[in-house]
Design a binder for this molecule. Structure first.
Ligand code: PAF
Length: 283
């Protein structure tokens, strides 16, 4: 595995051949991450490594997507063990740049505006978050020039927005959404779970319990889904719900029937957790 800390080393690692001239098995798949890698990332790498071509993982904690008072300073930085996990899971190139390497001119003047979907749900509580995410993802796409990129469905809104950016800005990259990986008790695996204290860790399972309870009520329509999910969350005093919503798969207002997404965000102690699940509304 090549570890590239600079654009120049990344360029060399990917080869000088332009993508259009590259043979099929030279296709590049990118898995963008902020490090603190866990089993969820390992699953993404395994999925990508099982396909043809080369696998690039980026490891970069992007300050642009953290608002004031958010956890940028305490975000875990575990580069050595991250590189180890990359090696064990078939990554060919680990791109681990510094801030200056990604933002040589400092904070960019031109950024990617996420549009209306960027200011609902997570975006309503974290203004500017998705502008930061889309801007860095667009930069990573420009630097790596992947044919495909894989993102976890745990940040479902991020996945929807990246798909929309790629379509709207004609980026010609196949965006793959990978299933959320869960602990045996249902908690969605996240780099932030390590901040949960013992009792908070127990309480945090109410998010996935709420999603499953909501899905069990899907035949009775969106109100029943929300009521069932809310009951699970309300039973946990340590969990402060930020939002619990049913939306269409592309995050418009949900109707009474059809495919939909149930999404939740909550503060558990000092840690913000998100999760979501697909539901099929029947009336
Ligand atoms: O999901 C993440 O880890 C980040 O938002 C991403 C996509 C790597 C951009 O910094």
């Amino acid at each position: 595995m090549i570890v590239a800390e600079t654009r120049a080393v990344l360029r060399d690692a990917l080869g000088a051949v332009g993508r259009a001239d590259a043979p099929m098995d030279d296709a590049v798949t990118l898995v963008p991450t902020m490090g603190a890698l866990h089993d969820g990332h390992a699953r993404l790498f395994d999925e990508a490594a099982a396909g043809p071509g080369r696998l690039v993982a980026s490891i970069f904690v992007n300050p642009l997507q953290f608002g004031p008072g958010e956890d940028l300073a305490r975000y875990p930085r575990t580069l050595e063990s991250d590189l180890e996990l990359c090696r064990e899971h078939g990554v060919d190139v680990a791109f681990a740049p510094s801030f200056t390497e990604v933002y040589p001119g400092g904070e960019p003047l031109v950024t990617v505006e996420p549009g209306p979907v960027g200011s609902i749900l997570e975006g309503a509580s974290r203004p500017g978050h998705y502008r930061g995410v889309l801007t860095v993802v667009a930069k990573l796409f420009g630097l790596v020039r992947p044919d495909a990129a894989i993102f976890g469905q745990k940040d479902y809104q991020q996945l929807v927005l990246i798909r929309r950016m790629v379509d709207d800005l004609c980026m010609d990259i196949d965006i793959v959404g990978a299933e959320t990986v869960r602990e045996p008790d249902g908690l969605a695996i996240s780099s932030r779970n390590r901040f949960l204290r013992h009792q908070e860790r127990q309480a945090a399972t109410s998010l996935s319990r709420a999603l499953y309870a909501g899905r069990a009520a899907q035949a009775d329509g969106p109100d029943a889904v929300l009521t069932a999910a809310d009951k699970e969350l309300a039973a946990e005093l340590a969990v402060q719900v930020d939002y619990l919503q049913v939306r269409t798969p592309d995050l418009a207002e949900a109707g009474r029937a059809g495919s939909a997404r149930l999404l939740v965000a909550a503060q558990v102690g000092a840690t913000r957790l998100i999760d979501n699940i697909a539901v099929e509304l029947l009336r």
